[in-house]
Design a protein around this ligand. Sequence first.
Ligand SMILES: NC(=O)c1ccc[n+]([C@@H]2O[C@H](COP(=O)([O-])OP(=O)(O)OC[C@H]3O[C@@H](n4cnc5c(N)ncnc54)[C@H](OP(=O)(O)O)[C@@H]3O)[C@@H](O)[C@H]2O)c1
Length: 375
Amino acid sequence: MASRRKFINQAATGLAGIAVSPYLMAAQKEIENTTLSPENIIQSSATKGGKWRPKYRYGQGGAPLGGTNGLLVEDDEALSILNNAWNAGMRFYDTSPWYGLGLSERRFGHLLHRKPREEYILSTKVGRILTAAPQPAKTAWAQPDSFDYKYDYSASATRRSVEDSLQRLGISSIDLVFIHDLSPDNGDMKNDWESYFDQAAKGAMPELVKMREEGIIKGWGMGVNTIQPILKALEVSDPDVHLAACQYTLLDHEESIEKLFPACEKKGNSIVVGSPLNNGFLAGADRYNYGGTIPNGFKEKRAKIEKIANAHGVDLRTLALQFCMAPEAVSSVIPGARKAHEPIENVVSFNTQIPQDLWAELKAEKLIHKNAPTR
Ligand SMILES: NC(=O)c1ccc[n+]([C@@H]2O[C@H](COP(=O)([O-])OP(=O)(O)OC[C@H]3O[C@@H](n4cnc5c(N)ncnc54)[C@H](OP(=O)(O)O)[C@@H]3O)[C@@H](O)[C@H]2O)c1
C-alpha cells in the first residue's frame, strides 16, 4: 500500500508540469483505485537461463512517432506523448532509425537525453543505413525526415548504424538492439529475405555478440513481424531477446504459444511483444496490422470478446494488453501511441487486475487458445 502511494505521488509530481486533461485526472484516479502495487508489477521476475531481459514489464513503442498509417504526429504532441509515458511510469522505450527515417529516434532523444541513463531501458534497431537526401525516400511514413535508406546487415553497417542512432538520440548507450524487418513479410526484400538473413548470420549477428561482450550493449535479437526469422536466429546464433510484432495478440497467438515461446524458452530467450493492439484494432480502430485488410471474421471475433469483457467490467484494450503480459516468455509489452492520453491509459491498463472468470469464459467459448497463459 505504501509503495502504491509512492507511485501515485511520483506520478502526480511528474504530471504537475503538464496541462491537466480529463484523461490524466481519470488515469490518476484509476491508479489510486487499483488494488495492485505498480512497483511489483513493472519489474519482471528473474533473468531466465542467464540471458539478459528487460526488467520492465511494459514500455513505449516508437513507430507512431515516425508517422504510421500515414498519420503525422506533430512535434508538440510527440513530446506530450513521451512526457506522459515517462510521468506515468514507463521506463522501457523502443525506437528505430526506420521510423520516420530518423524522426522517431530524434524525438525519443529529445525526452531521454535529460533523464538519468540508469533509470530507463532503450532499444533501437539495425539493418537500414540512412543517408541524407534532397527528398525523403518513398515510404509509408507520414512526413519522414529527408533521408534515403539502404539495407545492410553486414558487421560494419551494424556498428555504424548503432553509432548513427546514438548521434540522433543524443544518448551515449543503447541497451538492446534488434535486427529489423529481416523477414519474409518485408515486401522491400523482393522474396529474397534469406540472402539478407545469410548476410546477417555472417555480419550483424556475430558483431552484436561482440558488442555485447565489449559491454556496448546488454542484449540483441530479431525485430520482426513473423516468427520464422526468430526461430532461425535461435539456431544459428546466440541472441537474448526478440521483438515479435503482430505475433502475440488477443486475436492471433496460436503459433507463438505452440512454436515461438517453447523455442525461446529452450534457449533462455525472451520476447518483447510489439503491436499488442494489432496497430490499434484492439483499441477500436478500423485497421488491422500494417497495410493489410482486416482478416475475415476478425471484426466479429473482436465484438464477441469485447461483449464478454464488458460484462465483467473490463474494456477490450485493457484485456488485450493484459493478455500479452501474461506468458513467462514475455519480458515486456510495448504499445505505440499517437495521442498524449494513450500512454497514461495504457499504464492504467497494465496495472488492472482481470477477473479469472473472464479468462475462463473466453477459453470456454474458444475465443482464446486453451493453453494461453493468463494473470
Ligand atoms: N518489426 C518490428 O520490429 C516492429 C513492428 C511493429 C511494431 N514494433 C514496435 O511495437 C510497437 C507497438 O506497435 P504499434 O505501435 O505499431 O501498434 P499497437 O501498439 O498495436 O497499436 C498502436 C495504436 O493503438 C492505438 N492506441 C494505443 N493506445 C491507445 C489508447 N489508450 N486508446 C486508444 N487507442 C490507443 C493508437 O492508434 P490511433 O492512431 O488510432 O490513436 C496507436 O497508434 C511499435 O510502436 C514499435 O515500437 C516493432
